[in-house]
Design a protein around this ligand. Structure first.
Ligand code: DAH
Length: 352
């Protein structure tokens, strides 16, 4: 009996020490210390001994069991410490490491330009207004002195809505220019007017200097005795504020149906420095050193009359420019294709 107990002590302590994980340890525990395990069987054997041998052997058996119990507890503690040690290497966290910054965005360059344009005109008393981007033919053309079927309308490569024609206002269009905002503002009848209408405009066009959706800003000033001099002063102010002193502007006589006299406003091209040449070739963007930004002129009396304003009492000027083109002519903004603006390519957008 004593030998058997001695043998069990050696075997059980070795088995516990050899257990590689909790599962193996549990299997060994059941085998040696379980209710139907080997220790229990020997204990039963001790209980069956003659009374004179029982106390001695019982004491010894208890000593053996204590050693085996200790071996189990030690191994369990060792395995647990091992597991905790592993967590320290696989799941550690250093709270002092600097955090990862979320990427910081910025407004789109066109949005930025719109804010700049708005600011410049607000400083000289113009108020920003907004009007629908889906407009009636009457506001976009007819009231602007372009009667139905007038060939001047061809300039605006208009998108027509698939919607029923209105008996009074005509077809529905996507605003081909912001000039319809002049009509809307004049028809309100609140004079004098100093407005800057900045909005999306749509034309069927796409090349290095055109996109089908672009933005225009339209100025309108109506008051008593407004002259071309005022127009020139406002345009010069804008050019100076927006482009800086180094850029040149010029007014070219032109023809628009809704202004008389009419002008086109040009600014020297920043891409080629106003020379019209780039690396031995004609400048891709301007071709001649000047880039047309838009038109201007004195509001035609027919426009005032159509909007219920008496041209004998009131006069004024208007101008309309493309926001994207104006922005592209800014110092240092060397964008050689206007279509980049709307491709949503981060490699492009994050440069600004
Ligand atoms: N609406 C014109 C265009 O889209 C630009 C323009 C020219 C606006 C002359 C004006 C103006 O207000 O007076 O091409």
């Amino acid at each position: 009996m004593k030998d058997k107990l001695e043998q069990l002590k050696i075997e059980a302590t070795a088995a516990f020490a050899a257990a590689k994980d909790a599962a193996e340890l549990e299997a060994a525990e059941i085998k040696y210390l379980g209710r139907k395990g080997m220790m229990a069987a020997l204990m039963q054997g001790v209980a069956g001994l003659p009374p004179n041998e029982r106390p001695m052997m019982g004491k010894f058996a208890n000593e053996v069991k204590a050693v085996i119990d200790r071996a189990l507890a030690d191994r369990r503690a060792a395995l647990e410490a091992e597991k905790r040690g592993a967590i320290a290497t696989t799941e550690w966290m250093d709270l002092t490491v600097p955090g990862t910054r979320p990427p910081q965005g910025h407004v789109h360059i066109v949005t930025d330009a719109i804010a700049a344009v708005t600011g410049i005109f607000e400083k000289i008393g113009f108020t920003r207004v907004r009007y629908p981007e889906v407009e009636w033919d009457w506001y976009a053309f007819e009231a602007l002195n372009m009667p139905k079927d007038h060939p001047a309308r061809d300039e605006w490569e208009t998108f027509f809505m698939d919607a029923p024609e209105d008996a009074k206002w005509g077809k529905m269009v996507l605003t081909p220019h912001t000039s319809s905002g002049q009509v809307r503002e004049l028809k309100k009848g609140k004079l004098p007017i100093r407005m800057i209408n900045i909005s999306k405009t749509y034309r069927r066009q796409s090349d290095v200097t055109h996109v089908p959706m672009f933005h225009q800003f339209e100025g309108l000033m109506i008051d008593k005795d407004v002259s071309v001099t005022h127009l020139k002063g406002v345009l010069d102010h804008f050019a100076k504020e927006f482009f800086g002193a180094g850029r040149r502007t010029r007014l070219r006589p032109f023809h628009f149906r809704f202004t008389e006299p009419s002008f086109e406003i040009d600014i020297s091209c920043d891409l080629c420095g106003g020379t019209g040449m780039q690396g031995g070739n004609k400048c891709r963007v301007c071709k001649e050193g000047w880039l047309e930004l838009g038109g201007a002129g004195m509001v035609h009396p027919n426009v005032l009359t159509a909007c219920g304003v008496d041209p004998e009492k009131w006069s004024g000027f208007a101008f309309g420019w493309g926001v994207e083109r104006t922005m592209m002519m800014r110092e240092g903004v060397k964008i050689d294709d206007i279509r980049h603006l709307y491709k949503n390519d981060f490699r492009f957008l994050t440069q600004f």
